[in-house]
Design a protein around this ligand. Structure first.
Ligand SMILES: [Ca+2]
Length: 262
């Protein structure tokens, strides 16, 4: 008979509610204002190689400095749904530059159920990236001068512990003025506690995907369940603190059951 064993990834795996780093809610607002950084790739309509670069998060060799706050001739509007004090900003030394706007935010090691949403305008066209991953269509069909283009992701693999970067490119394809106005909200909806672990084949040590894992708090009559991913990892969230039983199915396998109390 095939046998399973759960190997804890965290020592306090089944002591639900014992780790204060769990379940920290995240609510971060970023917006175009004096705290935004910007770097220039040159003035005027960008040549093809610069235009192609602005479709990527390639900021090698660029020096970022605080933006200039003000319209500098652009008609780029602040998105109507933007938070207060969102401003129209420009890349120094002012009107007409191509380049990137950059905003950063910090995450602890817990960001389950995380969501990023935002709206952007840039004069004339641009693209939004999160940690190097594009969140909008390429330049020309993505962010525009006044399209109030919304973007977002709830893919946790696009986020990382520590510093995260939102990069917005601006291609001043029509020459004349340039500029941008944008905002980003990052939230984590997790309110309960979580446990996670890996299910592996006891004989071979290989991870076992698609194994049903149950967690149950008998006192409160609540629980959660999950199926292991390709790496045998399961994650159970939104748990109340207390005593939990964890089991795996199918029960024809040997199932390790972890029980902890607060
Ligand atoms: Ca322009």
């Amino acid at each position: 008979m095939k046998k399973l064993i759960i190997i804890c990834l965290v020592t306090a795996m089944f002591i639900v509610g014992n780790n204060p780093s769990f379940a920290d809610p995240v609510a971060i607002t970023l917006k175009s204002d004096a705290s935004t950084l910007a770097a220039a790739l040159g003035p005027g309509a960008p040549p093809p190689d610069v235009l192609a670069r602005l479709d990527t998060p390639d900021i090698s060799g660029l020096v970022f400095q605080p933006v200039l706050v003000g319209s500098y001739g652009t008609y780029t509007p602040v998105p109507p749904s933007a938070p207060p004090d969102t401003a129209v900003v420009n890349i120094p030394p002012g009107d007409g530059e191509n380049g990137y706007f950059m905003m950063t935010f910090q995450l602890t090691d817990v960001f389950d159920n995380i969501q990023l949403t935002g709206v952007a305008n840039v004069d004339d066209f641009g693209r939004v990236f999160l940690n190097g991953h594009p969140l909008t269509a390429p330049i020309g069909s993505g962010v525009s001068e006044s399209g109030n283009v919304a973007f977002g992701t709830s893919d946790p693999s696009l986020f990382q512990t520590g510093e995260n970067t939102v990069l917005i490119s601006v291609a001043n394809t029509g020459s004349g003025p340039s500029g941008g106005a944008f905002f980003v909200n990052i939230t984590s909806g997790e309110e309960g506690f979580k446990i996670s672990g890996r299910v592996t084949d006891k004989a071979t040590g290989l991870p076992l995907p698609n194994i049903h894992v149950n967690c149950w708090n008998n006192d409160l009559q609540v629980g959660a369940d999950d199926y292991t991913d390709a790496n045998g990892i399961y994650k159970l969230t939104n748990l109340p603190p207390g005593v939990v039983d964890v089991s795996v199915e199918p029960d024809s396998y040997y199932a390790y059951m972890g029980i902890s109390e607060l």
